[in-house]
Design a protein around this ligand. Structure first.
Ligand code: ATP
Length: 323
């Protein structure tokens, strides 16, 4: 609990977007989920969520867009379906707050439905911001448990850094990654891709392949050790040879125009390019910061919405508090 006796009027928390530098996806389970072995990397493209005490009970949501990728925010739900509202409601229920009164403002910089876990970052930020605003004093383990109930990627947005995610991606083990890796993101100019639709297409593509004799996808139970070693040593060239995303064929089948952009990024000097998570955002690995800046400029000059970023960076953390 807050022991100072004074509660802040508002708290702002920043949380990172992510890419999966390796994403192995198992077969569809009877419960409708897929087991994954994911290697997450938190990037310095961050969401801010401000939780402000409201005069009347209720959880209200407001979204401001823009940021370096000029993310449009229309289409994001502003009601109880927004992940920040769900996070605040989950914390209030856990802490026994019957009538939570909070205004949540999201500053959105991560592409919406872009495969970078932007909504998950918002949920993680909202959990931490409301925990501080309300003085509910949940510890890290309690916040992690609430985060996992909100979505598979939410625990990683809380933790940040680099991590292996098993289960549905929520069973995290931190991975050492001291040296920053430099990437260039390309946000899609079209609408996003629905994560369930991409998984559905993966299942359909696999069923077609199995019908003509392909082996079923194995259950992923560990991350690729070559990926972990490349992260540990910060060796971008080695990482380029082993980054992989089982969702990529499904995302490319739903958004075939991405294939050409992947080829352009590689032709312009990227060490490797990959669909981020369920897409459609693309992530190109660069040799160093200078190469990333040049690649960003070259892709922008060809009309792509590109941004140089780096990771790993910290997970959700408070950046401002007003009394
Ligand atoms: P995933 O974490 O599954 O990879 P994503 O990064 O592809 O998701 P998000 O931007 O997190 O996509 O959101 C996916 C959908 O969730 C959106 O299309 C939107 O309808 C809904 N949504 C709910 N809350 C939010 C939020 N705070 N920000 C963005 N989308 C949200």
């Amino acid at each position: 609990m807050n022991t100072s006796g004074t509660r802040p009027a508002s708290v702002t928390v920043s949380a990172p977007g992510k890419i999966n530098v390796s994403l192995q996806v198992g077969p569809l389970r009877p419960d409708g989920y897929h087991a994954v072995a994911s290697v997450y990397l938190a990037l310095d493209l961050r969401e801010d969520v401000t939780a402000a005490a409201a005069p009347r009970p209720g959880i209200t949501v407001c979204v401001e867009g823009g940021g370096p990728l000029q993310i449009p925010v229309d289409g994001i739900p502003l009601g109880p379906d927004n992940l920040v509202a769900r996070a605040a409601a989950a914390l209030a229920a856990h802490a026994g707050i019957a009538d939570p009164a909070v205004e949540l403002t999201i500053t959105k910089r991560v592409p919406v439905a872009g495969g970078m876990g932007g909504g998950s970052a918002d949920a993680a930020a909202a959990l931490l911001a409301c925990n501080l605003l309300w003085g509910t004093g949940l510890d890290a383990a309690e916040l992690r448990a609430l985060a996992a109930g909100l979505g598979a990627d939410v625990p990683f947005a809380l933790a940040g850094g680099a991590a292996v995610g098993l289960g549905v991606g929520d069973l995290l083990t931190e991975v050492p990654a001291e040296t920053p890796l430099h990437w260039v993101l390309v946000a899609s100019s079209g609408s996003g891709l629905s994560t369930p639709a991409v998984y559905g297409r993966l299942d359909a593509l696999r069923a077609e392949a199995e019908a003509v004799g392909a082996a079923a996808a194995p259950e992923p139970d560990a991350a690729d050790p070559r990926v972990l070693e490349a992260l540990r040593t910060g060796n971008a060239a080695a990482l380029a040879g082993v980054i992989t995303n089982d969702l990529q064929p499904a995302a490319l089948s739903l958004a075939p125009e991405l294939e050409q952009v992947l080829q352009r990024g590689r032709a312009l000097g990227a060490l490797a390019g990959i669909v981020s998570g369920s897409g459609p955002t693309l992530a190109f690995l660069a040799a160093d910061a200078g190469s990333a800046a040049r690649l960003e400029a070259a892709l922008r000059s060809e009309g792509h919405n590109a941004l140089a970023v780096h990771g790993p960076v910290a997970g959700a953390q408070p950046t401002a508090s007003k009394t």
